[in-house]
Ligand binder design. Structure first.
Ligand code: ATP
Ligand code: MG
Length: 283
């Protein structure tokens, strides 16, 4: 049995559960439970506040977990970062009231900065030779300047909308973050096999994200031109149709280039184009 920690509620909860579910691990997600058991896989889920996950994995109370990289950087917990997971993307930045005529990091000298990430901030300021007062606040950091609690803030930013609505502007990005899969350093040998199986499944799910399976009919004399347009995993599958002079072409295409590719294929004579979701990719 492997114990796996995820956020009990909040921004990473849903995507963490989705990754497990897409990996065929059915977990009881009635969030009130502290400990949940998968019905068909040797894993039990520990639902925690995100701040507690790095330490709980570092001390072996949980074997693996999913948490924002920012929480690892802040806690400096001694864990192995196994994979970046591609969701929960954000950055931690310094922001000041928008009326400030900001001219560089020296502006922060002698100022007070509110944050829930004092260690990351302290490290950044000392590396840059800035001496500022750090005020640790655990929530609603963005209201600190307007409330007269601090001159500036150091907080999580994604779109920047929260900053703007609080009359602030981002002036320095300090750290990029996303959800990461972590593992305790001394994972007992009897759980290594479960870890490998989990990674195999997570990788297959992640590989499939942002990919589409495209099928089309195309005049056989256009096949080589079409193959040039299709960046497939190895090489596209080409099969003759019963109709003389036509072929069926199958390939995997990234979402990012999907429409461009399909339009180009249509221009050279492709017909009956089908675009399907890819559920898993096993390399
Ligand atoms: P908890 O109750 O578990 O302590 P929290 O309020 O501290 O939750 P959340 O706001 O749920 O934390 O954010 C969890 C993590 O999600 C953050 O540590 C960060 O890695 C990521 N995150 C936070 N804000 C954003 C955002 N706006 N966009 C994307 N990811 C974010
Ligand atoms: Mg938290």
């Amino acid at each position: 049995m492997l114990r796996f920690a995820i956020q009990s509620k909040g921004r990473l909860n849903e995507e963490s559960l989705k990754l497990l579910k897409d990996s065929g691990i059915n977990v009881d997600d009635s969030r009130r439970k502290f400990l949940g058991q998968a019905s068909d896989y040797p894993i039990e889920l520990l639902y925690l506040r995100d701040d507690d996950i790095p330490e709980v994995v570092a001390d072996g109370s949980a074997d693996m977990g999913i948490v924002g990289f920012n929480e690892i950087a802040e806690s400096m917990a001694d864990v192995e970062i196994v994979r970046k997971l591609g969701f929960g993307k954000c950055r931690i930045s310094l922001a000041v009231p928008k009326s400030v005529d900001y001219n560089g990091l020296e502006w922060f000298d002698g100022k007070s900065i509110a944050t829930s990430y004092p260690s990351i901030l302290e490290d950044f300021l000392s590396k840059n030779g800035i001496s500022a007062r750090i005020r640790k606040i655990m929530g609603s950091v963005e209201i600190a300047p307007a409330a007269g609690i601090a001159d500036a803030i150091f907080d999580i930013v994604s779109s920047g909308g929260t900053l703007v609505s609080n009359g602030l502007k981002e002036v320095e990005k300090v750290l990029d973050s996303e959800a990461v899969l972590i593992c305790r350093k001394d994972l007992p040998k009897d759980r290594l096999e479960i870890r490998e199986s989990l990674l195999f499944r997570f990788d297959a799910v992640q590989e499939s994200r942002g990919k589409k399976y495209v099928l089309m009919n195309i005049p056989t004399d256009k096949v080589s031109e079409a193959m040039f347009l299709l960046p497939s995993m190895r090489s596209p599958t080409v099969m003759p149709l019963a109709l003389e002079g036509w072929s069926s072409l199958h390939s995997v295409v990234d979402d990012s280039s999907l429409w461009q590719t399909v339009e180009a294929l249509k221009r050279i004579g492709a017909e009956g184009i089908l675009i399907l979701n890819v559920d898993k990719v096993i390399d």
